[in-house]
Write a protein that binds this ligand. Structure first.
Ligand SMILES: [Fe+2]
Ligand SMILES: [Fe+2]
Length: 293
């Protein structure tokens, strides 16, 4: 019984995409609105999906404590789980199959390519294209047995008070840190404007891929990777009191990146055969022959 329960708790969402679909509902594409398209055209949202998202956040907000984040970082940032070539890593990531709708959904690699191609089409620097290609590689955490609530979802600082601008803030009452006398204060364990590098964010695919790539990409690309799910800041501006001037400067890049992640999904799969030579050169320019997980 307890095993069944823990499986349900590990995966309330039918697929990781449900989180992103919920993001689209919360933050609809301004261009589509301007063109008179409804957000629903991306996907139909029905009540059961919304309930699974709610359950997903209940778990996320209950279990993402300061100690949990420190413990997950100590484990996964050793990078002792696997070593693969970049292309094997994409194949590995693609084992994450969306079982809710296997016929119409694009696989992980296609979302990554659509993001990177949209960035390339707008003439941005090639390292930003590469950030687009890699930004969700951290989702392999699911393949290492991590529950969905520890891989995806909006991220937020731990070790200080949870903002009511975070989605479903009511679920934080279940989190033991909520009543901790230090962690429940505005600054918690941090100093005012200490800089985000000193702040622990809830554990997930952003922090993991940032550490994976941090020796290889320029700083703006690393900010995009590390904070692309930090909606409570880049959309809600709830944590300026922990950021320093440099963070604010760098968040211009995070803001630039977000629409490519959120609004580049398209039912037409990219032509990988045609694109492959460009991406092979791009990967070879910046990355080593193998990557550690
Ligand atoms: Fe992501
Ligand atoms: Fe993404």
């Amino acid at each position: 019984m307890s095993t069944i329960l823990s499986q349900v708790e590990a995966a309330p969402l039918a697929s990781l995409d449900e989180w992103e679909e919920d993001l689209l509902k919360r933050y609809p594409d301004p261009e589509s609105i301007a063109q008179g398209k409804k957000t629903e055209e991306y996907r139909n949202y029905d009540a059961p999906v919304r309930d699974t998202v709610r359950e997903f956040y209940r778990l996320n907000h209950t279990y993402q404590t300061y100690d949990y984040v420190v413990q997950k970082k100590a484990d996964f940032l050793k990078f002792d789980k696997k070593e693969m070539s970049v292309w094997d890593a994409f194949q590995f990531l693609n084992q994450l199959v969306d079982d809710s709708d296997p016929d119409t959904d694009l696989d992980q690699m296609q979302h990554l390519l659509q993001t990177s191609e949209a960035i390339r089409a707008d003439g941005h620097p090639d390292w930003m294209v590469l950030a687009g290609l890699f930004h969700d590689m951290g989702k392999v955490l699911c393949l290492f047995g991590e529950p969905q609530w520890a891989v995806v979802g909006d991220t937020f600082p731990v070790g200080c008070a949870y903002s009511d601008k975070i989605v479903y803030p009511e679920y934080f009452v279940n989190n033991p840190d909520y009543t901790n006398e230090v962690y429940s204060t505005k600054y918690g364990v941090y100093e005012p404007n200490c800089g985000l590098d000193k702040v622990q964010l809830s554990w997930g695919h952003d922090e993991y891929v940032y550490h994976m790539m941090k020796d290889y990409l320029p700083e703006p690309a690393l900010y995009m990777l590390r904070y692309h799910s930090f909606y409570p800041q880049h959309k809600e501006h709830a944590y300026g009191h922990l950021m320093n001037a440099h963070d604010h400067e760098m968040f211009k890049w995070v803001d630039l990146f977000n629409p490519y992640d959120l609004y580049s999904k398209n039912p037409t799969p990219p032509n990988w055969k045609e694109l492959r030579p460009y991406y092979e050169d791009l990967v070879a320019k910046y990355l080593p022959s193998t990557i550690k997980f």
